[in-house]
Design a protein around this ligand. Sequence first.
Ligand code: ADP
Ligand code: MG
Length: 511
Amino acid sequence: MIANVTFQQASIPQARAVNTESPLRDLTAIIRSRTPLVAVESNEEPQIVRMVRQIGDQLQLKAYRWSVTEGLVAFNPCDQPSKSVVKSQEVLSFIKSDSSYCLFVLLDFHIYLNDNVHVRFLKDIALAYPQHFSTVVLVDSVLSIPQELRSFTAYFRLPLPTPQELRGIVCEVAGEWGAENGRREVQTTNKALDLLVRNLAGLTATDARRLARKAINDNGAISESNMPEVMKAKYELLGRDSPLSFEYETAQFAEIGGMQRLRNWLEVRRSFFCEGAPENLDPPRGVLLLGVQGCGKSLAAKAAAGIFGVPLLRLDFGALYSKYYGETESNLRKALETAQVMAPCVLWLDEIEKGLATGDEDDGLSRRVLGTVLTWMSEREKPVFVVATANDILRLPPEMARKGRFDEVFFVDLPSTQNRREILTIHLRKRALNVASFNLDELASATDGFSGAEIEQAIVSAMYTAHSQGRSASQQDLLAEIKQTRPLSALFAEKIADLREWAADRTVPCD
Ligand SMILES: Nc1ncnc2c1ncn2[C@@H]1O[C@H](COP(=O)(O)OP(=O)(O)O)[C@@H](O)[C@H]1O
Ligand SMILES: [Mg+2]
């Protein structure tokens, strides 16, 4: 199924894949505007260094690079200072006292910004700018500029590669791989290549290159089966230390008994994620699944990602509040941004009532969290399909279920007799029991009022009992187990009746 396209060595662009023209123009403009300090937070160090060198040539400024290992090195050997300038403080002293009309790019300077002598030096350099007209460009993968220096500092960011540039990067990487492997050609299909390019969106050139390399290295091909790995690796780059988790386990609807209407609803929207969206079609926004505990809402959220064939990201409200105490809102915003970069994907908000309590006992924090989520849901531009689940509607703020937030609000009720038959079949099969040896009609009627989770539990317990007696579970074992179980629906009959009444004219049944 692979291999209707191969990369021809000749088709690989000779020039670098990433367009450096417009960022070069922007950085030049910053330097020309007489800025003493420029902060560049980026892991594209070689590109920034190249740009500084080019700008030096262009503006006829002497240009230098400093690193802790090599000291100060002039790009043009004629400009090399006569004495050696190696230590971090020496370079700052050199800039302050001995430079005029120069450009300095200082690498890995982040750690020195924690030291007040270095900070003072940089401030002196900034204040003396009208005497020396030299600009210092700081490059590091993380850079936090101390308060004292902020008013002298301009920030520069490399734009992320466009889809076309990403395609160029993939071609370059494929060419390199071919050259290293006896001119073998990387095999791929148009579809797999498109998918890879789409999945690299939102990454820097270096990261995109690394992931493309990883995808190819496996087997010398870019195939659709590489994508889950690519997405997982991408998530690790973006989502580290975030309340979002990447769920490896998506599910298939074949594992769910019932929910036919929800299943059809998702199937109809599947093409949006699989075959690229037609322009005049709005992306599906998401669904809210409300209903009785243990009836398969979480399972259905996983199956949505399975149907669409996209990654599943889960936002853990518990972690959002506890682990990131005091930074809840900024972490929420970051997590939502990550979800957009991972798009198309399913964002799963499990048991939202726990995260979005309506009470006032937290200084309004959960209200603000709710506000952030709702605003984001109505403004997000990328295809992030939200599946939210909730067991307890009374703890759910009314804004949440209002029409327009979600495309549809589905009600997940206790399974019907027919659905219990399906659930029994699914779970007996899953545990390698012979379905034909059970009387499903009898079991289905005996489990009236059971949730899917309770049916599953009864099967598991019956298997334990049978196993302890050295045999395989039988109809009788199951019936005995079912008889002993008191389903939650019996304990909370009133609550479930209220839930149904509430849901009747506000939601659509998922069957
Ligand atoms: N409709 C169903 N079909 C198959 N299995 C189900 C169904 N409902 C529940 N289960 C089983 O019960 C487990 C727990 O269900 P879950 O999806 O967590 O319920 P909820 O999120 O509604 O509380 C599932 O992982 C699955 O094994
Ligand atoms: Mg659940």
